[in-house]
Design a protein around this ligand. Structure first.
Ligand code: NAP
Length: 311
């Protein structure tokens, strides 16, 4: 398979934890440069302060991954597409629906590959759950609860407008939810809990309707105040009454109390393998469904106040 020269924009937590190690061991991608506002580098490759400097200095690099917070993703991705680059987007793919639509249109107009990644979907148990639910669903209860101080230490952007708050992890659950359901879910109600001193919610309770005439019971409980181990799971009842559980963030599925699929998390290995396939086929992969549900929760949501949050 061809080796693609790629540059990564933004050397924060997810780039350090996943993108760089996965690119380093990839046969399909070669890290050729990075863009870091702090001037960080990796593996001795050139580091540029801005994408414009990268594009001017290294026209041989045709691919970028945009791994910044979502609020600045659209501008950086648009700039990359207009410079003729193929683009991988971290999740969430943009801060608004219109920004995402613009990126899709720009990629199509420029003939570039655009891949909006949803890392939680890249687990085998998610596909097993999708097959299990193909014949119908009675209920899905999502619990996605974690400690924000453990998973986003000091990341003030999550509390700023456009930072998504608890929907930053919650959208991972919604990316699985929209993948495994055999029908379209709608947000019916959303209770959004805002700390007195913050602009994004620390918790959200959602109730969904759907296009399924059987009216399955669908709920989500997102909370950043969980202490101890994170809870990233969905409790499911199939249409024929079997209890199932998708757990460990989508890495494991049990049916009737028996684990039927469990695999170590190799989300980013699979993301880059899929990106290589998209590049070979010159095809984009952009699914806005999880972002639409978050936007809808914000549109119909009821605001609930709570104590100020300090790190
Ligand atoms: P982070 O640690 O705060 O890193 C973001 C990096 O983006 C910064 O370190 C900075 O890198 C760069 N950047 C450029 N413009 C910025 C701006 N205006 N504000 C802040 N940073 C800016 O965040 P992260 O946890 O890596 O998350 C980045 C994205 O990945 C988010 O969309 C998040 O949802 C997603 N994600 C995160 C995780 C996780 O476990 N943390 C997992 C999956 C996905 P430079 O200083 O090098 O420019």
């Amino acid at each position: 398979m061809a080796t693609h020269k790629i540059a990564v924009i933004g050397l924060g937590k997810i780039t350090q934890d996943q993108h760089l190690p996965v690119i380093d061991k990839s046969d399909s991608f070669e890290l050729a440069a990075v863009v870091s506002t702090r001037g960080l580098s990796h593996g001795g490759v050139p580091s540029y302060r801005t994408p414009a400097e990268l594009y001017a200095a290294r026209p041989d690099i045709g691919i970028v991954a945009v791994n910044t917070p979502p609020e600045v993703r659209h501008g950086l991705a648009r700039e990359a597409l207009l410079a003729g680059k193929d683009v991988l987007l971290e999740k969430p793919p943009a801060a608004t629906l219109t920004e995402l639509a613009d990126l899709e249109a720009t990629a199509a107009a420029k003939g570039r590959v655009l891949f909006a990644t949803w890392h939680s979907r890249f687990n085998p148990a998610v596909e097993a759950a999708r097959e299990l639910l193909a014949a119908g669903v009675r209920s899905v209860k999502i619990e996605w609860r974690e400690d924000v101080r453990k998973w986003h230490p000091g990341q003030d952007w999550v509390w700023a407008p456009g930072g998504f708050g608890v929907f930053d992890p919650g959208i991972n659950a919604l990316s699985i939810f929209t993948r495994i359901l055999p029908f379209v879910p709608f947000v019916r109600t959303a209770d959004l809990t805002y700390p007195a001193n913050r602009q994004t919610p620390i918790a959200a309770q959602l109730v969904f309707g759907s296009t399924d005439p059987a009216a399955p019971a669908l709920t989500a409980d997102f909370d950043w105040r969980e202490q101890g181990d994170e809870k990233w799971h969905m409790t499911i009842e199939t249409a024929d009454g079997r209890p199932a559980r998708l757990f460990k963030g989508g890495c494991a599925l049990s049916v009737g109390g028996t684990v039927v699929t469990e695999a170590p998390s190799e989300e980013y290995e699979r993301i880059y393998a899929h990106f290589a396939d998209l590049l070979a086929a010159r095809r984009s992969d952009v699914d806005g469904a999880p972002l639409r549900l978050v936007a809808d929760a914000m549109l119909v949501g009821k605001r609930v106040g709570t104590d100020a949050f300090e790190w």
